[in-house]
Write a new protein. Structure first.
Ligand code: C2E
Ligand code: CA
Ligand code: CA
Length: 691
């Protein structure tokens, strides 16, 4: 055989003479078979003495002599086969190897060389197999391998149709998102995606079907506990016979990563301001213990605490002051709670206490303890402040099984309390359900109230107690909504303030009032004035005084016929307040302080502000004829106001006796149901202004 000529070359032969064209064509340049000759040395190592072109190319071993280096990871298999050759002089076998994770199969023939002195020379013939059976075998192998990878994957992998139906999902969905596989298959992917991302995913699926490979996106996926988790999604095409038939979603849960990151930033489960556990910690606690609650049939109560009118506190002492108050409240709640409670800050001005296995009575006791804490004053900057809280309670599992629903219900109960007198607690009951959804609906209706002409300004007369004359009115807003009917300003003004609608509504009221004043002035009723309620949000807007001035100019009315009624909470931040008040005085409008005595400030600041009128809050007028304390407060306010050169108006006068006491205390003006409630302009004109 031609290869015998090569014996003893001493180094691997890759080029040979063209003496033997037969050898050159059928061995050296063979297209499918690799020919390699190895020789055993004294050291028992093998060296390669010849390799044809295909072999040197395949093994990248042009000048590599050592067999183990030449064949690399193949060598152990080949060496084993050589050893097995001992008895016969020729051996044929299949060689399975893995290269870069790909399985390769070769037909291997080993032959001991004949007719050569050195017995330990072997000729190897290697050819890669590409027949169908093997291809099929490896396809099955590959598929099994693929399925193992999918099954073991820590990522959730879903096969999804073009219209978003889930065909298949791997077991990871259970450990990551808490669903059984069969609870997911057949549903639409959108059932698990937060609404705001649904369109995005639909677009991405469409793009994948068009042959694109979109980037990874970050969205939120619904956990079985009704909580959205942040995830990364990669969408890939699934081909069948060269056509895209489905998509595959690879979903990676990022919450762990976030947790880690946040832990790193010390944010994790603690509220930054108060150091209390936060809402996320509550979610974690719930997820971790839910199974135990279920198994041991445990109950727990969510005691949802909302501070009443905390917004006013913000207005009064600024955000950093309000933060200090929040810290003090957190501390108090911590101290007053039973030892086995869990206390969370639910963001903003809300706190949550969770108690486990408490009876309804015991839970009530906790709520009472909390309310008791709010009877004590809170000291800030040398001044005492009083706050109250409203508490709503929901119970697991009676009210709901998911945390989200429990929180919604405790919140509904809390809102219910706020709306019904505050500073109390209530357990959730189904009749509260419609109540809060109305709240949101109300806002959407309020947005269209101006446009639909549902708002109207009513006027309540203010009586001169000495003469019985009426020369001024307070403008009070009324909202008659097509769905809800008459909504009380106490309710919708708060919504208007929270939603920012107060600015357009407030300006509209001013416009109506100025127009009315103009009419009266044109009719010769120049001595009549109207007071307009101004929300602190309006008052604190830059350019408030300019806006008032523009209205006065527009209708060319006497500035002093317009009175702005502000509450004490508008009168914070000395410098800016003083500036606005001075501007208003320069324009010539009257300034009154509404609900005097209920705010956070004292009479002492009045000295520094150019205020014309003080309105004694109705709570001091109420029962003034029987409640000595109220009488004393009212008298003090009247006395002090007069000393400071201001007028006084008493609000909420309902009985003759009250009017008498107020007059005796030198209060010259009053308004209240005793005289009239607020009326539409036609009735006012008819009753009080017709000649
Ligand atoms: P407020 O400024 O203290 O207005 C007096 C409230 O007491 C009015 O309630 C009035 O109808 C009511 N009232 C008058 N006399 C009596 C009485 O003898 N007894 C009793 N119990 N109540 C009496 P209303 O109209 O429901 O307004 C409630 C609050 O809504 C107002 O309190 C004011 O803060 C706010 N508000 C009303 N209109 C406007 C407005 O146009 N803009 C702003 N920012 N707030 C307004
Ligand atoms: Ca008022
Ligand atoms: Ca008032």
């Amino acid at each position: 055989m031609a290869i015998n000529y090569l014996k003893g070359v001493g180094q691997i032969s890759t080029r040979i003479s063209n003496l033997d064209p037969f050898f050159e064509k059928y061995v050296h340049q063979h297209e499918h078979t690799m020919y390699i000759i190895v020789e055993k040395e004294l050291s028992h190592h093998y060296k390669v003495v010849y390799a044809n072109t295909l072999a040197t190319k395949y093994f990248e071993g042009v000048n590599v002599v050592k067999a183990s280096h030449f064949f690399k990871q193949f060598w152990p298999y080949i060496e084993r086969e050589i050893h097995l050759l001992q008895t016969s002089s020729r051996r044929m076998c299949k060689l399975h190897t893995y290269i870069n994770g790909n399985q390769q199969i070769f037909d291997l023939t080993i032959q001991k060389s004949e007719g050569i002195t050195n017995e330990d020379t072997y000729v190897l013939e290697l050819s890669e197999i590409e027949n169908l059976t093997v291809a099929h075998e490896s396809f099955i192998d590959l598929q099994q391998k693929y399925e193992t990878i999918v099954d073991q994957s820590m990522d959730t992998i879903l096969d999804i149709t073009r219209d978003g139906h889930i065909l298949k999902v791997n077991p990871a969905i259970r450990s990551v998102f808490g669903y059984e596989v069969k609870k997911v298959v057949g549903y639409k992917i959108n059932d698990f995606i937060r609404q705001e991302y649904q369109r995005l995913l639909e677009d991405l699926i469409a793009r994948v079907f068009m042959g694109e490979l979109p980037d990874i996106v970050e969205i939120e996926f619904l956990h079985n506990e009704q909580l959205y988790l942040p995830v990364h999604v990669k969408i890939l095409p699934i081909y069948e016979k060269g056509k895209i038939v489905q998509t595959q979603f690879i979903i990676r849960d990022l919450s762990k990563y976030y947790e880690y990151n946040e832990k790193f930033l010390f944010l994790s489960y603690r509220d930054q301001l108060t150091g209390l556990l936060n809402k996320k910690a509550l979610a974690k606690y719930f997820i971790e213990n839910r199974l135990m609650f279920l198994q041991e049939k445990k109950k727990f109560s969510i005691i949802h605490i909302g501070l009443d009118r905390f917004r006013l506190m913000n207005d009064a002492i600024g955000y950093s002051g309000a933060d200090e108050i929040l810290k003090k409240i957190s501390k108090r709640l911590q101290d007053c709670c039973p030892s086995d409670y869990k206390l969370y800050r639910n963001g903003g001005d809300e706190f949550i206490i969770v108690v486990t296995n408490y009876s309804k009575k015991e839970t009530e006791r906790v709520a009472q303890l909390v309310l008791g804490e709010f009877e004590k004053s809170l000291l800030f900057n040398g001044q005492d402040y009083f706050l109250s809280a409203s508490i709503g309670i929901s119970i697991y599992p009676d009210d709901a099984h998911s945390l989200e629903k429990l929180l919604r219900k405790s919140e509904q109960a809390m809102f219910y309390v706020k709306e019904n007198g505050r500073s109390n607690y209530r357990f959730y009951s189904d009749e509260m359900k419609s109540f809060v959804s109305n709240e949101m609906l109300l806002e959407s209706h309020l947005r269209r109230a101006l446009e639909l002409k549902e708002l109207a300004v009513y006027y309540q007369p203010q009586i001169n107690l000495e003469t019985g004359h009426i020369t001024s009115f307070e403008a009070l807003l009324r909202w008659n909504n097509r769905k809800f009917g008459l909504v009380s300003p106490g309710h919708f003004i708060r919504i208007a303030e929270d939603s920012g609608l107060i600015h357009s509504i407030g300006e509209w009221v001013l416009e109506q009032v100025c127009r009315q004043l103009k009419r009266w002035q044109d009719e010769g009723l120049s001595h009549i004035s109207i007071a307009v309620n101004i929300s602190p949000k309006q008052f604190k807007m830059a350019g408030f005084a300019k806006m008032i001035e523009a209205k006065i100019d527009k209708y060319s009315i006497h500035p002093s016929s317009l009175e702005v009624e502000i509450t004490e909470s508008s009168l914070t931040n000395m410098k800016e307040t003083l500036h606005t008040l001075k501007e208003l005085k320069q324009i010539g409008v009257m300034i009154s302080v509404d609900d005097f005595g209920t705010g956070y400030s004292s009479l002492s600041y009045l000295k520094q502000y150019p205020i014309d009128i003080i309105k004694i809050d109705q709570s001091f007028v109420k029962d003034i004829e029987v409640d000595k304390k109220n009488e004393a407060i009212a008298k003090t306010i009247i006395h002090l106001a007069h000393n400071l050169g201001m007028d006084v108006i008493a609000e909420g006068v309902e009985r003759e006796r009250q009017a008498q006491i107020l007059l005796n205390a030198n209060c010259r003006k009053a308004q209240g149901f005793l005289y009239s409630k607020a009326l539409p302009i036609e009735e006012i004109e008819e009753k009080y202004l017709s000649k």
